[in-house]
Write a protein that binds this ligand. Structure first.
Ligand SMILES: [Zn+2]
Length: 118
């Protein structure tokens, strides 16, 4: 078991490629949080990850019951918090996505910056 140097605790190992592919296959290559279809395009496939529902840093185990298919953005939003349940984690992730969407949409409404003169 490797040592997590940020917490000085022993953590479970990351999933191997073979283990990750088994989880992605089980979850049909769809992000369990936002539903992104990892098979829809090459770009979607590139962002697919396997998430430890209870993070390794918080003593989450490398057990299929604790592993889910997830996209990179949802994985980042979820972070290394520990949630009461999977449903709470999903609620948090979807709320985070919505917040980012609103910020992005607000930015889109601003007038475009003028191109620099040559
Ligand atoms: Zn997602």
């Amino acid at each position: 078991m490797p040592l997590d140097i940020t917490t000085f605790t022993l953590v479970d190992k990351p999933t191997t490629l073979k283990e990750s592919l088994a989880i992605l296959e089980r979850d049909d290559y769809r992000c369990v949080y936002c539903g992104l279809d990892g098979r829809a395009s090459f770009e979607n496939a590139l962002v697919m990850r396997v998430d430890f529902v209870v993070p390794r840093a918080k003593k989450g185990k490398k057990d299929p019951k604790n592993l889910v298919a997830c996209c990179g953005p949802c994985n980042t939003i979820k972070g290394t918090r520990v949630y009461k349940s999977f449903d709470h984690a999903k609620e948090y992730v979807l709320a985070g996505r919505e917040e980012l969407r609103k910020a992005w949409e607000a930015k889109q409404r601003r007038p475009a910056a003028k191109a620099a003169k040559a």
